[in-house]
Ligand binder design. Structure first.
Ligand SMILES: Cc1cc2nc3c(=O)[nH]c(=O)nc-3n(C[C@H](O)[C@H](O)[C@H](O)COP(=O)(O)O)c2cc1C
Length: 181
């Protein structure tokens, strides 16, 4: 099992990183491999909405014109068995870096060639709320996409918000997660 962890927090010692770390430990303890990326440390621009009609070659070619770290990270998802998206809750929503990445992923995956290796990928969403916890229940991976609207089974490309199945971790005593297969 090769798992890719994509984090929308910039804090390597924060709650999001700790939750991801718990997941990562479970995978490596089970003999799997994990690689993790902190989106705020990468060059991931926001979508440019290239054409007047709001579309771009994302729609026709399944790729993005922007030459930054987006394409290489998408390739990492393609070659992983599972992708984990871990984001802090900001303003009852995804963090800005996670939003920017997923906005562009959603667009490229509107096209058949962009979908290749992404649709149907096992995926898990982790979101971490602080403060009053407002928004945690609405920030999660929605599995609106492609085949099966089943959280944790297929990568969601529709939107990240609105899923009641969001995985939340508390601040303390995070147990390591175990990957069963
Ligand atoms: C800009 C900003 C907005 C936030 N908005 C919310 C919010 O709407 N609801 C909430 O419960 N926590 C909110 N928080 C708290 C974070 O979700 C919480 O501190 C989280 O642990 C941060 O993740 P980190 O430890 O990985 O940095 C916000 C924090 C920041 C910095």
């Amino acid at each position: 099992m090769k798992a890719l962890v994509i984090l929308g927090s910039r804090n390597p010692k924060g709650q999001t990183a700790r939750a991801a770390e718990a997941f990562l430990r479970g995978v490596t303890d089970g003999g799997g491999e994990c690689e993790q990326f902190f989106l705020p440390q990468m060059r991931i621009e926001r979508c440019r909405q290239c054409e007047d009609n709001g579309w771009g070659i994302c729609r026709t070619e399944g790729r993005c014109v922007i030459e930054d770290d987006f394409a290489s990270l998408v390739d990492k998802i393609r070659s992983a068995d599972a992708a984990i998206f871990a984001t802090p809750v900001y303003f009852s929503d995804l963090s800005e870096s996670m939003r920017a990445f997923l906005d562009r992923l959603r667009r490229t995956c509107m096209n058949q060639s962009g979908k290749a290796g992404i649709a149907g990928k096992k995926a898990i969403g982790i979101c971490i709320a602080g403060g009053g916890g407002g928004g945690a229940s609405v920030v999660g991976v929605t599995a609106t996409l492609i085949d099966e609207p089943q959280f944790g089974q297929n990568l969601a490309l529709g939107s990240f918000s609105g899923a009641p199945q969001c995985v939340q971790y508390c601040r303390d005593n995070l147990p390591p997660l175990r990957i069963l297969n």
